[in-house]
Design a binder for this molecule. Structure first.
Ligand code: NAP
Ligand code: GDP
Length: 332
């Protein structure tokens, strides 16, 4: 079944919606998770959710963005679309990450401003924080020093997004704010081995190693540490923020500091979930990237006390099961 370029989740189309929410990047990891959460019961009758991919509108093109906004007439925007990639895609393409994401973000924010959109929730990332910093990282530290050199293009584009949010607010715009996720994974991720993030890449590599009875190669030393959040948990946070979060200051979306794993430990969990029994090798000729980016979830838990995270091994199992069941459809 082919995926449409624009699609809606609206439980009561006979009513007049109070909110029309445009989700850019609707076909990606986070966009699909939000769609699935709404379909699973999180939708509200007075909300019309409109999801789009890049074929509906190339957001690098200001005119295409204007046309999209005129067609959808959003009151709210969840802005997810971006040129996204793991460490190895960033390493060789800093200029593309900088220019593409600056263009997309500027077009979406300026058009939202011109059209009087009430709230825009964009996406930063914990990987855009300074490389030399005290841990755990908090929201206020975003601009306190240069980012890691591996992804400086992506990082500066995302940091400018935060600056634009603040400037639009001062200049009479709506609530333009951002969520700062840690590493996200889940169904519908980009499972391309060279371009994707670590979890998706390793799941794909484990799938092939199992099928071809070869060893599984993990890149780098396995020593760097990461916090991971399941896309289904992220979807709940985005939907909550859309409805309740009224602050221009960004908010981190991460698991607790005690839920940080080394790449080696994460690879072990993936090996278990994929039921891979062959040898695992670490290729230390490949980069380790940032050593850690341990982030605080204190602000999130202040707003959402008792937020129930999916346990990481369970979330990895669900993601591996999805990949095994949807190998033909998955982006890779
Ligand atoms: P993803 O799976 O790679 O999806 C990217 C989405 O952006 C797709 O829907 C894609 O549309 C769209 N897009 C890309 N270029 C576009 C363009 N020129 N015009 C219109 N749409 C375009 O990304 P994701 O992982 O869901 O990431 C969503 C957001 O979360 C991004 O802002 C990312 O920086 C942020 N984030 C992600 C992570 C993570 O670990 N994944 C962590 C922190 C923050 P097509 O399908 O048509 O290509
Ligand atoms: P990051 O968290 O922003 O650095 O991005 P990634 O999700 O790409 O994670 C990179 C870390 O995972 C580095 O320490 C890599 O050496 C390690 N890694 C191990 N195997 C893989 C793999 O197959 N793909 C990717 N992208 N990273 C891997």
């Amino acid at each position: 079944m082919s995926q449409p370029n624009i699609w809606e989740v609206w439980t009561a189309p006979s009513t007049v919606p109070v909110k029309t929410i445009l989700v850019t990047g609707g076909s990606g990891l986070l966009g699909k998770a939000i769609e699935q959460a709404l379909l699973a019961g999180e939708s509200r009758d007075d909300e019309r959710w409109v999801f789009v991919n890049s074929k509906e509108a190339d957001l690098k093109d200001r005119l295409a963005v204007k046309r999209l906004f005129e067609k959808v007439n959003p009151t709210h925007v969840i802005h997810l679309a971006a040129l996204v990639g793991g460490l190895f895609r960033n390493l060789g393409n800093n200029l593309d990450f900088l220019r593409t994401n600056m263009a997309i973000n500027d077009n979406v924010l300026q058009t939202s401003f011109e059209q009087g959109v009430q709230k825009v929730i964009s996406c930063l990332s914990t990987c855009v924080f300074p490389d030399k910093i005290t841990y755990p990282m908090e929201e206020s530290m975003l601009h306190n020093g240069p980012p890691h050199p591996s992804n400086f293009g992506f990082s500066h584009a995302k940091r400018i997004l935060d600056i634009e949010n603040r400037a639009y607010n001062l200049q009479g715009g709506g609530i333009f704010t951002a969520i700062i996720p840690t590493n996200v994974f889940g169904p519908h991720d980009n499972f391309n081995i060279e371009d994707g993030h670590m979890v998706a890449g390793l799941i794909h590599k484990a799938y092939l190693a199992k099928k071809n009875k070869t060893e599984l190669t993990v890149w780098g030393s396995g020593l760097p540490r990461r916090q991971f959040i399941y896309s289904r948990d992220m979807a709940k946070i985005f939907i909550w923020a859309l409805r309740e979060y009224e602050d221009v200051e960004p908010i981190m979306a991460t698991v607790g500091e005690d839920e940080e794993f080394s790449i080696r430990e994460t690879a072990d969990m993936i090996v278990k979930a994929m039921n891979f029994t062959g040898p695992v090798r670490f290729d230390t000729s490949r980069s380790d990237g940032q050593f850690r980016k341990t982030s605080s979830n204190a602000k999130l838990l202040k707003h959402l006390p008792g937020f129930q995270y999916t346990p990481t091994q369970q979330a990895l199992q669900e993601t591996c099961d999805w990949f095994n069941d949807n190998y033909g459809l998955a982006r890779k």
